[in-house]
Design a protein around this ligand. Structure first.
Ligand code: UDP
Length: 325
């Protein structure tokens, strides 16, 4: 099978490309390196069946050609990271909505199966944890920039499901929950690479808000394993599917303490108000836990790497790469 991955040089894309190659598939990626990095695919260059193009999905002719050549498309290209979203809302909305329109319309012309990346962010302020795929999406006001990400991804979901319903396009929508692993950059706000970098360099570990907000973290290896299976599943077509890890919910303050301990760091842990970390009036989610019933039933999914394993892997990667994450 030939797989075309948009955003293939991103953190998820690099790992996913490797997983498909290891499974014996050919992989072609497209990435404009806006948030992705060539370092994410450096180890794949020269591997049989792997090729890459550095360009944007907005280059419609190229995207159409790459879709034509593929059997399955995985659309990962998007603006991600809460910090990036708050700082660059125009880019977030345009990238997330327009790129998905292009991918879906061309996939539809050639009837290619498409997996569309979405996010747990779409559950927004819902307190109905653990989040089920058919639960309500609770967005905040449009004057609060953060919600533009959730809304843009929700539009992607609606469009993908509309193509499926109206035009019979085989689509799978997957919602990623706080995914972490080696090579993830902290540049766009993600908490674990930031805490690890701060802990290992002796800088203050910055906990935003009061640190009582809680998250469940998923290792990238569990995510890409699930995506490989979903790409082969007939039953997954037309579905919206959570991918996450519900085994341990941790407060961000406890996470900071755990990272400090594991990294044997002398960094102090400091509280930073949301207004300073992001912007005035920023709204965070108190809790975010996935309901994994659907994916367990579909592909027998069982996350294997726990929070300790995730942190060990990220710390190890950071140390062997001298902080280049
Ligand atoms: N966070 C933090 N310090 C940081 C980066 C993030 O305390 O340096 C917090 C953030 O406010 C959120 C949680 O960690 O409550 C997870 O943030 P991330 O951006 O990784 O993912 P989110 O769950 O917000 O999508």
């Amino acid at each position: 099978m030939k797989v075309f991955i948009t955003g293939g040089a991103g953190f998820v894309g690099g790992h996913l490309s490797e997983t498909f190659l290891d499974a014996g598939h050919d992989v072609e990626i497209l990435d404009d390196l806006s948030t992705g990095s060539i370092e994410n695919i450096e180890h794949l260059k020269g591997r049989k069946g792997f090729s890459y193009a550095i360009d944007t999905v907005m280059n419609e002719r190229l995207t159409a050609e790459l879709i034509d050549r593929a059997d399955v498309v995985v659309h990962l290209a998007a603006a991600v990271g809460v910090k990036l979203i708050v700082e660059s809302p125009v880019r977030t909305i345009e990238t997330n909505v327009h790129a998905t329109e292009i991918v879906l319309s061309h996939a539809n012309k050639k009837r290619k199966k498409v997996l569309i990346a979405s996010t747990s962010e779409v559950y927004g302020k819902s307190t109905d944890v653990p989040f089920r795929e058919d639960g309500d999406l609770v967005m905040g006001a449009s004057i609060k920039g953060r919600w533009s990400y959730a809304c843009s991804k929700a539009i992607d979901e609606f469009l993908a499901l509309a193509y499926h319903k109206e035009r019979k396009l085989p689509v799978v929508v997957f919602r990623l929950f706080n995914t972490v692993g080696p090579r993830q950059t902290g540049r766009y706000g993600m908490v674990i690479p930031n805490f690890v970098r701060q802990a290992l360099s002796g800088q203050p570990i910055t906990v935003f808000g009061d640190g009582e907000q809680r998250r469940c973290f998923t290792d990238i290896s569990d995510v890409v394993g699930a995506l490989l299976k979903l790409s082969e599943s007939e039953e997954a077509v037309g579905q919206v599917i959570n991918i996450g890890n519900d085994s341990r919910e941790v407060s961000i303050m406890d996470l900071a303490k755990l990272v400090k301990e594991k990294a044997k760091s002398s960094s102090e842990i400091v509280l930073v108000p949301y207004a300073q970390a992001y912007e005035e009036g920023f709204e965070d989610m108190p809790r975010r836990i996935p309901n994994l019933t659907k994916i367990k039933n579909l592909i027998g999914y069982e996350p294997k790497v726990d929070l300790d394993g995730i942190l060990d892997r990220v710390i190890d990667h950071f140390m062997t790469n001298q902080g280049r994450i």
